[in-house]
Write a protein that binds this ligand. Structure first.
Ligand code: SF4
Length: 359
């Protein structure tokens, strides 16, 4: 986050001007699957999404925008390609942001109508390009320069009509191009930036590529809102986004799990991976909102042995380490305080977290 950015408002969400980095995702349901779309938006909001985007492909779908908008307090973004009349429908239906490139609308009348409606309703517009959507007959040079100039041309069109509540995004499926293009954009523009790696792939491949691209940019204070694109359930995008933000210290709350890789000293009767996941999900489900409200962060260690575990995880606030025959030692700041059976571990950890929160 950079504090010399223009400030953009999207309903009650603020981007730029030193605001926290916002987390967003996109629904994979269509507006015709209205109930599924609403449920998914609510689930994303519960996980911590600050904004959710969905596609609007035709007027039949646009009929349902109002129902979706009315179902949540979350700011929503309508993703529209080319047809400005759909943008007008979305704005009239209470949307907080539209994604449309004015250079693709095709008529001055259309651009003016969208900008006038956006101003009147106080909504934001996201413009931008990804590697696959640039008109390469118009731009030449290094890939990052092509992407930036193409995006800035859309911004300039909006500026000609006096519109500035704009967020820019430039994405590529290539990690290094995404980093280079966003660095160049940050040097040339003061608008808030939406960062993400497009078509990042599935599972661990998407996690790694997105973490490198977004992590590198965030460490340079580039990026006001992020989306981690993953093939599959969008709910996982929120988990990964927060893990990235926590890793680069862009958020100051939450639950950080530290667990060892295990080795020959691990008690053979325990499944440490499963235990780490259970502790993470139990603590997150029970206390995440309290950590968020109190702006607190806790480091919880889950270690394979009591000989080295507490020492290796001395930086953790609390932890648990295997100590033979399915038994576990609880430790506090590296000091063992109690021993117990595996089926008592989750409750004991939840108790320690509660005590930590009350301090
Ligand atoms: S904590 Fe113990 S089990 Fe885990 S890696 Fe270290 S020595 Fe091995």
């Amino acid at each position: 986050m950079s504090n010399d950015k223009r400030i953009v408002t999207i309903k009650d969400l603020t981007l730029g001007g030193g605001s926290s980095v916002a987390v967003q995702s996109m629904s994979n349901h269509s507006l015709l699957q209205t109930e599924l779309l609403i449920c998914q938006i609510q689930a994303l909001a519960k996980k911590g999404a600050h904004l959710v985007r969905f596609s609007v492909r035709n007027h039949n779908e646009a009929d349902n925008i109002r129902t979706v908008v009315d179902s949540t307090s979350l700011p929503l973004c309508a993703d529209i390609h080319f047809d400005y009349t759909l943008a007008l429908r979305a704005i009239e239906s209470g949307i907080s942001k539209i994604r449309i490139n004015p250079g693709n609308i095709g008529s001055e009348k259309g651009v003016r109508a969208v900008v006038d409606a956006a101003k009147q309703h106080g909504i934001a517009i996201r413009v931008g390009v990804n590697g696959g959507s640039v008109d390469r007959s118009r731009y030449t040079g290094a890939e990052e320069a092509v992407l930036v100039e193409s995006a800035l041309d859309h911004v300039r069109i909006l500026e000609r009509y006096g519109f500035y509540n704009t967020v820019i995004s430039i994405k590529s499926s290539d990690v290094l191009t995404t980093i280079a293009a966003n660095r160049l954009l940050a040097a040339k523009s003061s608008y808030p930036v939406h960062i993400g790696l497009t078509e990042a792939g599935y599972g661990y491949k998407a996690f790694i590529k997105s973490s490198i691209a977004l992590g590198a940019l965030l460490m340079e204070d580039i990026g006001d809102t992020i989306r981690v694109s993953i093939t599959g359930d969008p709910l996982q995008e929120i988990d990964v986004a927060y893990e990235i933000l926590r890793s680069v210290k862009k958020i100051d709350y939450g639950i950080n799990i530290v667990s060892c890789p295990t080795c020959g000293r691990t008690d053979t009767q325990i499944d440490l991976e499963k235990l780490a996941q259970s502790i993470d999900s139990s603590v997150t489900e029970t206390y995440l909102s309290e950590f968020r409200e109190k702006r607190k962060i806790i480091n919880i260690a889950v270690m394979g042995c009591e000989v080295n575990g507490p020492g290796e995880a001395a930086g953790a606030d609390i932890g648990v380490a295997g100590c033979g025959r399915g038994r576990f030692a609880l430790f506090n700041k590296g000091v063992i305080c109690k021993k117990l059976d595996q089926d008592e571990v989750i409750d004991a950890i939840l108790g320690m977290v509660k005590e930590y929160l009350s301090r």
